[in-house]
Unconditional design. Structure first.
Length: 445
């Protein structure tokens, strides 16, 4: 989807970045005889950061996802050929369940019963099991941070875990909680998950260290607990990958985002023109931004028509927008992968982009229809390999839904986009971000 808040790139900045790239290329061409005595070690892996919101249950999501949603999450990871995946938004425990008891005398009692703990961790393991079925030779593994008592470490009832392919020699050396710079405006706390991976070079015994940091969302109630979990002897590496997921739109808080990058010495990189969170449906947006709406209409006197008329917010509603072309599918940038690097960094990022879940749910016929009408995407230069990979899973999910009404408009392009957007939201509000981690190190002989 296109970002509704992204601004065109500054041509001056674009020229400066291009000039700097040319200067680096020319300096690399001036190789001396001393450089010939150095051996170049190279490697490349693909990394995904995916904040699967409410995985494991919330007030609006069940603690156990249906099989089609779990399969869709695993299918995206599998089809994108991911080596390391950071799953965020994993619920530590599902919300307590409301139990209603009616006694013999007719009286009714309400009480809350605690649910199973680590519901999100169980769902993450379900994703792991599907990945093992799709690619048994990859030897997928999963790791999460726990405290000394064995409890999941997180904030706001959420934690993160790491999935990785161990068959390729990738090894998780450590995972800890550290303290780094924060951004109160972006709701990113001081506390960061910090994992160190060892990635081997396929041509030699040399291995690269790949540190990955992910800030927790700010939540003051758990600060004392998180402070106690800090690993004192672990510091942020000068070459490190940052995976961030913000509760608010990054482009709206661009100044705060730039300050956050500056404090952490993160390399400047223009944000992609794609969004990672779809625009909210009209009624959801109105409810979230209009304080005059009554949550419970029963609070009004149902017999007092004049009172209802005075309190009602009369006005014309905007027309519902159902995109006829993919160029009309829009959203905001909430997620990003960034790089902090030194002058001698062995880590570079390439091909960083958002994985498009709506394209994954749509067949390639929609793209052909769009081209036939002369509609061109702003990101048409990107090869969306995920296009159509979830079509069969979406069809399976609709077969299992008895409340889906069939109509003569089922083959309509706007109807297909609407169904795709609905299924994409059922998987996750946030879309995954991927990048190719290019590793290179010069070793003196």
């Amino acid at each position: 989807m296109k970002s509704i808040t992204a601004k065109p790139a500054n041509p001056v900045v674009t020229r400066l970045v291009h000039a700097d790239a040319q200067a680096q290329q020319s300096s690399n061409e001036d190789i001396t005889s001393e450089d010939c005595a150095k051996e170049i070690k190279q490697g490349m892996i693909r990394f995904m950061a995916w904040h699967i919101s409410e995985l494991g249950g919330s007030e609006t999501k069940p603690d156990k996802r249906n099989e089609t949603e779990i399969e869709a999450i695993a299918e995206i990871i599998h089809q994108m050929k991911i080596n390391i995946c950071l799953l965020g938004g994993v619920a530590i425990s599902a919300p307590d369940k409301l139990v209603v008891t009616t006694l013999d005398d007719g009286s009714v009692f309400y009480r809350y019963e605690p649910t199973d703990k680590e519901s999100g961790w169980q769902e993450a393991n379900n994703i792991l099991n599907v990945l093992k079925q799709k690619n048994p030779g990859a030897h997928w593994k999963i790791s999460v941070l726990r405290d000394d008592d064995g409890h999941l470490v997180g904030a706001n009832n959420q934690c993160s875990c790491f999935l990785y392919q161990s068959a390729q020699g990738i090894r998780l050396k450590s995972i800890s909680l550290i303290k780094a710079e924060s951004s109160p405006e972006l709701k990113l706390s001081h506390y960061h998950y910090y994992a160190k991976f060892s990635v081997p070079n396929t041509e030699s015994d040399y291995s690269f260290d790949v540190p990955i940091a992910s800030p927790l969302v700010e939540h003051m109630d758990s600060n004392d607990y998180l402070q106690a979990q800090i690993t004192a002897d672990v510091e942020l590496d000068e070459n490190c990958i940052f995976a961030i997921s913000c509760p608010s739109e990054i482009n709206i808080n661009k100044a705060a985002f730039n300050r956050y990058r500056s404090k952490l010495k993160i390399t400047y990189e223009a944000l992609p023109p794609q969004g990672s969170v779809l625009v909210e449906p009209i009624w959801q947006h109105i409810h979230a931004n209009t304080s005059g709406l009554v949550d419970n209409p029963l609070l009004l006197n149902a017999t007092d028509v004049m009172l209802q008329d005075r309190l009602a917010n009369w006005g014309a509603m905007p027309a519902l927008m159902h995109p006829d072309f993919y160029a009309s599918v829009s959203g905001g940038i909430f997620d990003s992968i960034l790089l902090r690097q030194s002058a001698q960094s062995h880590i570079q990022l390439a091909n960083t982009r958002i994985v498009d879940l709506v394209r994954a749910c749509c067949s390639e016929e929609n793209s052909a229809n769009q081209a036939a009408y002369g509609v061109v995407d702003d990101v048409s230069d990107i090869e969306f390999v995920e296009t159509g990979v979830l079509v069969s899973i979406v069809a399976k999910a609709e077969v299992n839904q008895s409340n889906v009404i069939k109509s003569e408009r089922d083959n309509d392009i706007a109807m297909q986009y609407s169904r795709s957007m609905r299924f994409a939201r059922s998987i996750s509000i946030h879309w995954p971000v991927i990048t190719d981690i290019c590793l290179m190190q010069q070793i003196d002989e």
